[in-house]
Design a protein around this ligand. Structure first.
Ligand SMILES: Cc1cc2nc3c(=O)[nH]c(=O)nc-3n(C[C@H](O)[C@H](O)[C@H](O)COP(=O)(O)OP(=O)(O)OC[C@H]3O[C@@H](n4cnc5c(N)ncnc54)[C@H](O)[C@@H]3O)c2cc1C
Length: 405
């Protein structure tokens, strides 16, 4: 093919080897697509954990990744929401049990370092996948293919580029896709901790005036914490000595898990929403945070990212099977159309929940309380919300349904 001359060629290039990019690259390669994964080592170690919902776990299982995650992941069988505000109108406590909708668990919580290590180990074994540890410097669209120029001087030509290069995506900028963004007066402090009492596979989200304070089980008597507060408060807490921070976490958790011992690694993440105005253009499809950033409330971010990876994988593998062009306009338009409702509804839901917590406006607090009251009292409504929370009703990619591509 003319576009292959003079450079290294692949059918697809994935730029970015975070969890979304690795999953997309594995899905393509498992489907027989010659794929190059262009990776740049992250600037900081990722200290976060991810609560992966049942569909994400099913997808990782089909892709041959989950076996290596299993020992590092804790099941989430019950999710509890508790109003910890001092306001006049307070919401009732609501518990969601996975068993109520016939599931063993809503999903599993795993440290990102274990998830990424399992994905990397799987990627290494795939014959159709080549990893290059050199950052992409430029992406140039063309009629028949794109050119991905690397910092080590190589250029790779491909029909399809998957931009999985995170918040400041070079791929997104290269095809001129703008983003809509807003930031909140909040930041999330993340850390993991050991505790004296068992968590019994229950995740607890305390709703406070500054944002959620969420405890999510890890294997054994350990949990992860996402504490959303004002940015200065997040920095102050992160700088506390271990013993003082342990006491602070225990107090804010109302000693639910007994004595707390925080582990040394801490992260502080500003709360933002950023959504690409299109999820694909000119042979580039965006996945993960290159496409959407949502606040860490309700465990949506990476679950959306994995659904992006599964969707583009499904479309590209089907196009290849039919002898089509992996980067053709109709395929990219379909990708955009399939991902839009899921990303839009979940971003809006997270935004609404966060705003209802921050609002000092009495009717807003009343509405949140009423919503939670109805969820607590009306079983069918609660179950419908749980089902939608675990999997989107609009379109669920094959991998999320546990089916091979
Ligand atoms: C506090 C917090 C808690 C969270 N908890 C959850 C949760 O419980 N559940 C959930 O589903 N989600 C959660 N999320 C969201 C989740 O962490 C993110 O969605 C996910 O990590 C994003 O993965 P990604 O692969 O899209 O991006 P990243 O992990 O940012 O990966 C992008 C990669 O691209 C690389 N890159 C950048 N530029 C280039 C280049 N030019 N060339 C090559 N490579 C490049 C980077 O080095 C990086 O490795 C949370 C987020 C936060 C902030």
């Amino acid at each position: 093919m003319a576009w292959q001359t003079g450079s290294q060629a692949a059918e697809a290039v994935v730029v970015g080897a975070g969890p979304a990019g690795l999953t997309a690259a594995i899905a393509l390669a498992v489907g027989g697509i010659e794929t190059v994964l262009v990776a740049k080592r992250p600037d900081h170690p990722d200290t976060r954990t991810s609560a992966l919902l049942a569909g994400s776990v099913a997808a990782l299982d089909v892709l041959g990744v989950w076996d290596a995650c299993r020992a590092h992941a804790a099941p989430l069988r019950v999710m509890r929401l508790a109003d910890d505000t001092q306001r006049l109108l307070r919401a009732p406590e609501v518990s969601f049990a996975a068993a109520e909708i016939g599931l063993d668990a809503f999903g599993h919580n795993i440290e990102n370092r274990h998830l990424v290590a399992a994905l990397e180990a799987r990627a290494e074994k795939l014959a159709h996948l080549t990893r290059i540890d050199a950052p992409a410097k430029a992406v140039t669209p063309g009629e028949e293919a794109l050119a991905v120029e690397l910092e080590d001087g190589r250029t790779i030509m491909a029909r399809l580029v998957i931009g999985a290069d995170g918040r400041k995506s070079l791929c997104r900028a290269a095809v001129g896709i703008a983003t809509d963004s807003l930031s909140y007066p909040q930041a999330a402090l993340t850390l993991n901790f050991a505790h004296a009492r068992p968590h019994r596979d229950v995740s607890t989200e305390f709703h406070t005036e500054s944002g959620p304070f969420t405890l999510v089980p890890l294997p054994g008597d350990r949990s992860s914490l996402v504490c959303v507060v004002a940015p200065a408060e997040a920095e102050r807490l992160a700088a506390l000595p271990d013993d003082v921070l342990s006491q602070t976490v225990e107090r804010r958790a109302h000693s639910l898990l007994g004595k707390v011992a925080v582990e040394p690694a801490r992260g502080v993440f500003p709360l933002v929403v950023e959504t690409a105005q299109r999820f694909a253009a000119e042979r580039v499809a965006l996945v993960g945070e290159a496409a959407h950033v949502v606040p860490p409330i309700g465990a949506q971010g990476l679950n959306l990212g994995l659904r992006d990876a599964a969707t583009i994988g499904e479309l590209a593998v089907a196009a290849r099977r039919d002898g089509g062009d992996l980067g053709e306009e109709a395929l990219l338009a379909r990708y955009d159309q399939l991902r839009r409702p899921d990303i839009a509804t979940r971003t809006a839901a997270v935004d609404m929940l966060n705003r209802s917590l921050l609002a000092d406006f009495l009717p807003a607090q009343g509405l949140r309380g009423l919503g939670l009251y109805l969820l607590e009292r009306i079983g069918p409504l609660r179950r419908a919300v749980m089902r939608e929370g675990v999997a989107p009703s609009a379109f669920e990619p094959r991998l999320m349904r546990g089916e091979a591509l």
